[in-house]
Design a binder for this molecule. Structure first.
Ligand SMILES: NC(=O)c1ccc[n+]([C@@H]2O[C@H](COP(=O)([O-])OP(=O)(O)OC[C@H]3O[C@@H](n4cnc5c(N)ncnc54)[C@H](OP(=O)(O)O)[C@@H]3O)[C@@H](O)[C@H]2O)c1
Length: 293
């Protein structure tokens, strides 16, 4: 199976490529060789490579940046996704689209399922992901749409590495304590992808998150416990933090469709996070001698 992974140099794209490379014929799409806003380049690529499937990870994902650069965000997240979806429709290529928990308003008080109505996101990134979903459904109604949330897992540039780096430097950590979502290990997402790749009868929206929900404060507390750090942790309300883009208070998802189909293999967030830290950060605690990290 020949697969184009768009945004393959991004956090999730990298993990997906390394997890699938052995079993599938992967084409790593980058801004250079597969700019999703460049229709001519994309058409030539699709004509040349005849992909069976596209895993569409490319997007602008910095929520604050998106808020202040809405035209660019629309161009990449919405028009770029439309370009990919249109070409998938023309070429009969299956599309697996990465979407977000931020497509919801965040005003619910129980976890969102695949049947819940999207819309009302408090930030432009979420709005753009919602509009992208509409484009995918318009052009590729048989696609797979995976809504994911609060990703970590590349040892760089995410919340887990941020907390660990702060702890290593002995700095106190201030984090928001009143916004709930599902921390999700990117490796768990990548490991679940063959299910969708190999079973073409699966289509439509699926929530794909580690089981259980928490806030950033509790997540940071858990991380510090895993690495035996006692740096001060301070919880703050999002209402008291000056923010460029508003995050939803409640963007918790439920893996309802996977559960209903008996296909849910996603571990709970605490198990997955403690295993991830044990595998990837062990070397830090042992090389930092007796000093607590
Ligand atoms: N991270 C999360 O917590 C999270 C949560 C929910 C959903 N998601 C979704 O999951 C997907 C992957 O997220 P991620 O965290 O891996 O994001 P990321 O690290 O920001 O990676 C996105 C990738 O897209 C590339 N890209 C941007 N514009 C492009 C263009 N015009 N053409 C081709 N590639 C382009 C970026 O390239 P450059 O590096 O050159 O800019 C980057 O490599 C996204 O669709 C995101 O919306 C992420």
């Amino acid at each position: 199976m020949k697969i184009l992974v768009t945004g393959s140099q991004g956090r999730l794209g990298k993990v997906i490529v390394s997890a699938l490379n052995n079993k599938y014929d992967i084409f790593s799409g980058t801004r250079k060789n597969a700019d999703i806003t460049n229709q001519t380049q994309l058409e030539q690529l699709f004509n040349r490579e005849q992909f069976d499937t596209v895993i569409h990870c490319a997007a602008l994902t910095d929520v604050n940046y998106c808020e202040h650069n809405q035209e660019e965000t629309y161009n990449i997240n919405v028009r770029g996704t439309e370009n990919i979806a249109r070409l998938c429709a023309i070429h009969g290529t299956r599309l697996i689209h990465m979407s977000s928990n931020y497509v919801f308003s965040g005003e619910a008080s129980s976890p969102y399922t695949e049947e819940d109505k999207t819309g009302g996101s408090p930030n432009f990134y979420g709005k753009s992901k919602e509009l992208a979903e509409e484009k995918v459904l318009e052009f590729c109604p048989d696609s797979v749409m995976l809504r994911i949330s609060w990703l970590y897992g590349k040892e760089e540039n995410d919340f887990v590495s941020w907390v660990i780096n702060k702890a290593r430097n002995g700095e106190s950590i201030k984090v928001i304590n009143d916004q709930l979502a599902n921390p999700t290990n990117m490796h768990d997402i990548a490991n679940q992808l063959p299910l969708f790749l190999d079973n073409k009868e699966l289509s439509g929206i699926f929530h794909l998150i580690n089981e259980g929900a928490t806030n950033r404060y509790e997540m940071a507390k858990f991380i510090l416990k895993c690495i035996h750090s006692d740096v001060p942790l301070i919880g703050v309300s999002s209402k008291n933090v000056e923010k460029l883009a508003i995050r939803p208070d409640y963007s918790v998802l439920l893996n309802k469709r996977l559960n209903d189909l008996g296909l849910n293999k996603m571990p709970d967030w605490e198990n997955s996070l403690s295993n991830f830290i044990a595998c990837h950060y062990n070397k830090i605690s042992t090389t930092q001698s007796k000093r607590k990290i």
